[in-house]
Write a protein that binds this ligand. Structure first.
Ligand SMILES: C[S@@+](CC[C@H](N)C(=O)[O-])C[C@H]1O[C@@H](n2cnc3c(N)ncnc32)[C@H](O)[C@@H]1O
Length: 255
């Protein structure tokens, strides 16, 4: 029975209910989302995102998906990197597709100064509104732990990648030492919900975020899920002692 349930923070809920619950969280925090990330991580999330963007290695002329892309913070980085490569080597602009199922988050992103090569669309990571083998590269940053069925989201990423396509996932993960895990637990359970209340006016939303991080599979388990979805040459790097991890894999054949 418990296998049929999805996690919503520390609660187990009907998988059909999870999208509505998660959408409520991001509706509530959308306008303060990027500011909250800066405050909660003391700016470190920017470094993590820079590392993940470089790992994806966006190139001129490529079609690149930023799934669960929210306000487009990652897509803007990817567009900048592709553009730098284009200035060095020439070629057409890359095309960035930001997909998210939350229109509030997309709306905040669209309203910001945005690169012309970024297109925005509403879409569910578990049922992408895209044809098979249409993308050269796929990024999902701090998104996959929010989906009800991680295996389904990975299978969708694999489906839309061309043979040779790259997949990168940036996500909170499991600290590698007991001391760091203890300090991180104290910080995240005691302080983050309070900061969430103070800045975004929503303690519950940030309580959910902290709990959802603890329920997310550790590095090796997530790498196993990637392999099961059909990704090859799967590897990961720990960031800040495993507080986050960047996983990468390749679509080595047709979906
Ligand atoms: C923590 S935010 C990350 C946003 C962005 N990737 C970043 O790194 O700043 C998580 C995002 O995942 C989106 N999301 C959650 N479940 C989703 C799903 N099933 N399909 C698409 N987007 C989803 C939320 O709406 C939210 O914008």
């Amino acid at each position: 029975m418990s296998q049929a349930l999805a996690s919503f923070g520390f609660k187990d809920v009907d998988p059909a209910e999870k999208p509505r619950l998660v959408r409520g969280v991001f509706d509530s925090v959308a306008r303060r989302y990027d500011l909250m990330n800066d405050v909660m991580s003391i700016g470190v999330h920017r470094v993590w995102k820079d590392i993940a963007a470089v790992r994806l290695n966006p190139q001129p002329g490529e079609t690149i998906i930023d799934c669960a892309g929210g306000t487009g913070d990652m897509a803007r980085r990817l567009a900048r990197l592709a553009d730098k490569a284009r200035q060095r080597r020439g070629g057409p602009a890359a095309r960035l597709i930001v997909l998210d199922y939350n229109e509030e988050m997309l709306g905040v992103g669209r309203a910001r100064e945005t690169a012309p090569e970024i297109v925005w669309g509403v879409g569910d990571a578990q049922a992408l509104p895209l044809p098979d083998a249409c993308a050269d590269a796929f990024m999902i940053a701090f998104g996959i732990r929010n989906v009800a069925d991680i295996a389904k989201a990975l299978a969708e990423a694999r489906r839309v990648l061309k043979p040779g396509g790259r997949f990168v996932c940036l996500e909170f993960s499991k600290p590698v030492t007991e001391a760091l895990a203890g300090a991180y637990d104290a910080y995240s359970f005691k302080l983050i919900p309070r900061i969430g209340q103070w800045i975004a006016g929503d303690r519950e939303a940030y309580q959910y975020l902290v709990e959802s991080i603890r329920r997310f599979p550790d590095q090796a388990t997530f790498a196993g899920l990637m392999r099961e979805a059909g990704f090859g040459r799967v590897a990961w790097s720990n960031l800040t002692g495993g507080v986050a991890a960047v996983h990468q894999g390749w679509a080595l054949s047709a979906p």
